[in-house]
Design a protein around this ligand. Sequence first.
Ligand code: OSB
Ligand code: MG
Length: 374
Amino acid sequence: MEVRRITVYEVWMELKSEFKTSFGATRLRPALLVRVEGRGGEEGWGEVVAGEGPWYSYETYETAWLVLEKYLIPLLVGRGYVERAYEVPKLLARVRGHNMAKAGIEEAFWDLEARLESKPLWKHIGGVRERVESGVSVGIQGSLDELLSVVGAYLEAGYRRIKIKIEPGWDVEPVRALKREYPDTPLQVDANAAYTLKHLNVFRELDKYSLLMIEQPLHYEDLAGHAELARHLTTPICLDESIRGVHDAIAAYKLGAAHVINIKPGRVGGLWESIRIHDLWAQSLGLPVWIGGMLETGVGRGHLVALATLPGVSYPNDISASDRYYEEDIVEPPWELAGDGTIPAPQKPGIGREVLLERIEKLSRRKREFKPKA
Ligand code: OSB
Ligand code: MG
């Protein structure tokens, strides 16, 4: 693939409602959009999911901008040519960490490659399903009444699986309330690392509610702690923040730290590493994975949908429709929920959506172009 030009846009997307987790609340979501242009005007798009501050990860939209412009893009644009998308991670491997920045540019090459081959991205990466199961991730609410009404509205809209964010003081009560009101709705919780083993009594209580899983209960570096916790619970433990690549997945398996992995391309450095984790955890070990989200725009969402079509994905994903997040998305058509609580895999090439350049230009606070030296 010839690389004619790489452009990075910094956009700020206003969420329809504030999203609150154990590490803070967001209403305005930054995103870096990466556009790679090939020879004949073809283009590919990727998204950097780093947040406003270093809370979920050490990366922020500003560190990602710096690392992209100073280190990552020069490694690719300087060559003027990239053979295959799967080689991008190898070309970027000299840079340690900064997985979200890497993923944004790697995804753009996958989208471009699939478009050049006139194939939907999901088929290009070995996906097998025509629709992906959509769940919704619900932030921490101000009261149980608000929680019940917010969840009620999502169920009304067709979502079939609910995940709620928890933190100390907002855990057993909301789970009990939801199980009482909606006993048949599959439910799981996500702590974003807000607990320690001292909270064992809370987890023992949560263990009574047949939750699908408990996501990232402990510190992101504490694989041994998760292994210890797992020995006390029947509810499966799912890791998110702790799994930064396939090496972490191997360590988690050897320690018995998790039964489930939430795969996010941003967290692990792109689609290639996501597929490697899927192949190890689901295909080789026979354990469950699903695809998580980071409140992506329609661009990042396209990459999530593609990953969710992989054969080993066996739980509903944190991939909701565009209108769960934003009044207006930056792709056409927006991602929509089908009647059965799924999102159909697209038939068009690449991520399967038209990316609205004019809208992106309008939303941009910063833009920079990179070209090979003539
Ligand atoms: O931990 O899964 C998480 C959003 C931002 C940061 C971390 C997480 C999340 C979500 C949102 O849960 C999932 C979505 O995009 O719908
Ligand atoms: Mg999570």
